[in-house]
Ligand binder design. Structure first.
Ligand SMILES: [Zn+2]
Length: 485
């Protein structure tokens, strides 16, 4: 914990209460940042819980986005909504000039994961409804809390520069950040700071898997399946031939590759030759440039399957995320601050809850007690998830940390994560993230050499002038990709 700072902050708060604010010594900058977040903890907890209740899916996050916009506007940020052509994306800004530092917020939920908060047995609030299984209710709120604390610190210390909060929709597919990059919103930015909920506290310069996902539609010709099958052409045959080719392809791609799919529509009755089939297909690899080649082969397999079955195929890209380009310079600052802040202390009730919910998991690996620790720095790790932070990280030096918002062992995208994200355990992890990020941003503002060093590392790792960032996302974001989910 940040005990000396907490004591200093408490003294300042007491002086304020007693009406002696003018006589009280100015708090240390770091103490002021931590105290600001602690003082507003109940407000941030309420915001996070409200977004948890809204549980809005990607590109449909109207209420969640509006609440975060209001929280930042009330704190003195200038908010521009609907940026990059996306109604739920926004930019909140304070200050002017260089450097420009951006905090990232996400707020979308996942389909089908509705679960009562703080309950250790499966209990959907509404069966089949969405839930915050990735803790993005905490993600968006912690970044807003950090932004507000840094803004207050900038006012107090008369620090020049621009602080922004980007509200980025549809992280769980869709990928609002990719469109914000394409729109040029990252062009003048010097550093990007973010975080993600998890079951541990860490700040590693780690990477993620690049991913491309698309919807594929096969069109055939319907006919009586027994009386005139020769006059039919099965769209499902087209899709199954495609699946067969993909499954054979697994042997002939680099072994770190992941390929997955679901069939969403495969016909309506077994006595009708299906004239329509639809599926969602996704591939991943640690390097987007390798993945783009694999993706070309996947598209050829789809065409081949359609050709061989007398059907026609169309596809629409839903998601295209680069792997994260890690930045060791910024991660070192983030790790130092996370260590200063410390981990999450459970109350006896939270401890009991965490143990109960662990009993519902298949072989949890993260040990109990780790929520209180900060993991040592690991360089070179590649996480198995994918995020649109990847696209930002190839355009601006970027850092991301994790905080223990889920009980140890609870994986993201589970009902157990939803239960934790809506209760005190989630809020405690969120506050750790808010403080560590705010301290990191203030450090970066204070020391221009950090930005210079981070930029030098970024340019070196990216590969010099010959590097060109490209994306295959469609012109119009896939606003409807979660409609009906
Ligand atoms: Zn997430």
């Amino acid at each position: 914990m940040f005990r000396d700072v907490a004591v200093a902050a408490a003294l300042v708060a007491l002086a304020d209460l007693a009406g002696f604010a003018q006589q009280a010594p100015a708090p240390l900058p770091a103490a002021g940042i931590v105290a600001s977040i602690d003082a507003k903890k109940d407000q941030y907890s309420a915001v996070a819980r409200q977004i948890w209740d809204y549980a809005e899916l990607g590109f449909q996050e109207e209420k969640s986005s509006a609440l975060l916009q209001k929280t930042l506007a009330d704190a003195g940020f200038v908010v521009e909504k609907g940026v990059a052509g996306m109604p739920t994306a926004f930019a909140a800004s304070f200050g002017s000039g260089k450097p420009v530092i951006v905090l990232i917020g996400e707020f979308d939920a996942l389909p089908g994961l509705s679960q009562a908060a703080g309950e250790s047995a499966r209990n959907p609030l509404k069966a089949g409804a969405p839930g915050h299984g990735c803790g993005h209710n905490l993600l968006g709120t912690a970044s807003a809390a950090a932004a507000i604390a840094v803004k207050e610190w900038m006012v107090q210390t008369k620090r020049p520069g621009t602080l922004r909060y980007y509200g980025t929709p549809a992280e769980e597919g869709g990928g609002g950040k990719v469109y914000m990059v394409r729109e040029g919103l990252l062009k003048d930015v010097d550093a990007v700071v973010g975080w993600h909920p998890g079951d541990q506290n860490s700040a590693d310069p780690s990477s993620s898997l690049a991913t491309i996902a698309a919807s594929f539609k096969f069109y055939g010709t319907a006919a009586h399946a027994a009386a005139s099958p020769d006059r039919g052409r099965s769209a499902l045959d087209g899709m199954e031939a495609f699946d067969y080719m993909l499954n054979m392809m697994r042997e002939h791609v680099p072994q770190e590759t992941r390929i997955h799919y679901v069939i969403k529509k495969g016909g309506v009755a077994s006595n009708i030759v299906p004239d329509f089939a639809e599926g969602e297909y996704q591939a991943r690899h640690p390097d987007m440039r390798v993945l783009q080649d694999i993706w070309e082969r996947i598209l050829k397999a789809a065409e081949g399957a359609a050709l061989g079955t007398g059907t026609r195929v169309e596809h629409e890209v839903i998601t295209s995320y680069w792997n994260i380009l890690p930045n060791e310079t910024l991660a070192a600052v983030q790790h130092r601050n996370l260590t200063k802040v410390g981990g999450v202390d459970y109350s006896p009730e939270e401890q009991a809850f965490a143990e109960k919910i662990r009993a519902t998991l298949i072989s949890p690996t993260t040990p109990m007690g780790s929520q209180n620790e900060i993991q040592p720095v690991k360089v070179g790790r590649v996480g198995s998830a994918s995020t649109d932070m990847g696209d930002i990280s190839w355009n601006v030096p970027t850092v991301q940390m994790n905080a223990a918002t889920f009980a140890p062992g609870v994986p993201a995208h589970s009902w157990q994560a939803v239960a934790c994200a809506g209760m005190s355990i989630g809020v405690k992890g969120m506050i750790v993230a808010a403080k560590a990020m705010a301290l990191t941003v203030s450090d970066v503002f204070s020391d221009p050499s950090t930005i210079a060093k981070a930029k030098e590392e970024f340019l070196r790792k990216r590969g010099g002038a010959e590097f060109k960032y490209t994306t295959i996302v469609p012109t119009r974001p896939p606003f409807d990709y979660r409609k009906g989910s």
